[in-house]
Design a protein around this ligand. Structure first.
Ligand code: CAA
Ligand code: NAD
Length: 284
């Protein structure tokens, strides 16, 4: 079984930066890549801030924090990933863009390395088919925010080997996560159930059943969710929610998964949620 000591993370957005933070704090050397240099700067700043906050709260020693930050290297050059043991990609939720990345990675990354995807919904089997190593391709789905949420959902593609599964599972457990395992169907377990609820909350707003505040308060206080579904959609990113709904709709072939027109309209308007300062709510 491959032991993971050096890891590459691709995409330095909310998920990639959180995964890199988690890895660095758990003794793994991490390369973090993004095609956008400003995203890398933002990620490094937010990781430093999060780690310093943990030190100021007495949850981490200065030494541990210092070593974690030393383990993290940011790069705009994918060629730096030559010697990593596992890469997890957390770029945009698009099958074509992810496949294209997997083709590139397959050429750059050592033959023994695992290629993992943090995709929320896309077929691991189809991503694996873009590579020459389908037995070493796997879904490693962290929840947002990765340093806080206790779950990692692992998805085996049609050809994922037992060794790849065990090495990925060990890594998630080393990060302190509980692992669940899903077969490779659209949205896997968590988003198969969560996204239709979020989409239904949009329909509830769209059809004038109630205000956004009352929908969220209803689900927060009525069902003890930490965030209401519309607030959670803003937190996840409305673009990510829409992409997942499209995968469910096409992949499951059922009109009950059709994305709500209001969700589509917000994304068209660039109202992507917290990361853009405006989504269902205005954060400016
Ligand atoms: N990065 C790192 N740490 C963070 C963080 C972040 N982005 N946000 C919060 N934290 C930490 C805080 O530092 C704090 O740590 P300590 O306890 O050590 O002090 C702790 O988390 C609690 O934070 P807060 O008190 O500031 O905030 P909170 O109690 O309101 O919790 C929350 C924030 C954890 C995000 C909570 O609101 C929550 O659980 N929301 C629901 C999140 C959720 O459902 N995520 C899954 C989305 S679905 C998904 O991810 C799958 C997909 O494919 C779309
Ligand atoms: P994000 O928009 O915050 O970040 C994506 C980052 O990827 C951006 O910084 C962008 O510059 C970079 N990027 C895009 N294409 C790239 C490429 N070809 N090469 C290098 N970098 C590239 O997105 P996110 O919310 O972090 O989501 C990333 C992935 O994680 C998606 O697949 C999403 O479905 C999944 N995911 C998201 C959440 C969530 O709550 N947002 C939860 C679990 C999984």
């Amino acid at each position: 079984m491959v032991e993971i000591n050096r890891m590459g993370v691709i995409g330095a957005g909310q998920m990639g930066s959180g995964i890199a933070q988690l890895a660095a704090l758990n003794g793994v050397d991490v390369w973090l890549h993004d095609s956008d240099v400003e995203a890398l700067t933002r990620a490094r700043n937010s990781i430093s801030k999060n780690i310093e906050r943990q030190v100021s709260k007495g949850h981490l020693t200065q030494d541990v924090a210092h070593n974690a930050l030393r383990r993290l290297r940011c790069t705009c050059n994918l060629e730096d990933f030559g010697s990593v043991d596992l890469v997890v990609e957390a770029i945009v939720e698009s099958e074509d863009v992810k496949k294209n990345l997997f083709v590139q990675l397959d050429k750059i990354v050592e033959g023994s390395a695992i290629l993992a995807s943090n995709t929320s919904s896309i077929s691991i089997t189809r991503l694996a088919s873009a590579t020459t190593r389908p037995s070493q391709v796997i879904g490693m789905h962290f929840m947002n925010p990765p340093p806080v949420m206790k779950l990692v959902e692992i998805i085996r593609g049609a050809d994922t080997s037992d060794d790849t599964y065990q090495a990925t599972r060990c890594l998630a457990e080393r990060f302190g996560k509980t692992v669940i395992c899903s077969n490779d169907y659209p949205g896997f377990i968590v988003n198969r159930i969560l996204m239709p609820m979020i989409n239904e909350a949009f329909y509830t707003l769209y059809t004038g059943v109630a205000s956004k505040e009352d929908i969220d308060t209803g689900m927060k206080l009525g069902t003890n969710h930490p965030m209401g579904p519309l607030e959670l959609a803003d937190f996840i990113g409305l673009d990510v929610c829409l992409s997942i709904m499209k995968v469910l709709h096409i992949g499951l072939g059922d009109s009950r998964y059709a994305p709500c027109p209001l969700l589509v309209q917000y994304v068209d308007a660039g109202r992507l949620g917290r990361k853009r300062g405006i989504g269902v709510y205005d954060y400016n």
